[in-house]
Ligand binder design. Structure first.
Ligand SMILES: [Zn+2]
Length: 89
């Protein structure tokens, strides 16, 4: 019996047992929506749709470049980056 968790929709592992943070993640942004394409080493692919981007805060291409630059140095996945606390508005 596992106690109910506060974040039931948040998975930490793929069905194959690999950690989601080990999956390849690609980000696609469109009109304030954010899509996270994941691909596990086992071949499983899934997409996470997020629309928590503030529409009043346009995302510039510079920000996208910055993300890629960070990813180049970051050893985890971007999903892990996104789990970090957001700065207060
Ligand atoms: Zn997998």
């Amino acid at each position: 019996m596992q106690p109910s968790k506060p974040e039931p929709e948040k998975k930490t592992k793929c069905a194959c047992g690999r950690r989601l943070r080990d999956a390849s993640v690609y980000i696609y942004r469109s009109h304030g929506d954010r899509y996270l394409f994941h691909r596990c080493e086992c071949g499983v692919e899934w997409t996470v749709h997020q629309n928590d981007v503030d529409p009043l805060q346009p995302v510039s291409s510079d920000e996208v470049i910055e993300v890629h630059k960070r990813l180049a140095k970051f050893e985890g996945s971007i999903a892990e980056l996104l789990e970090q606390p957001q700065h207060p508005a």
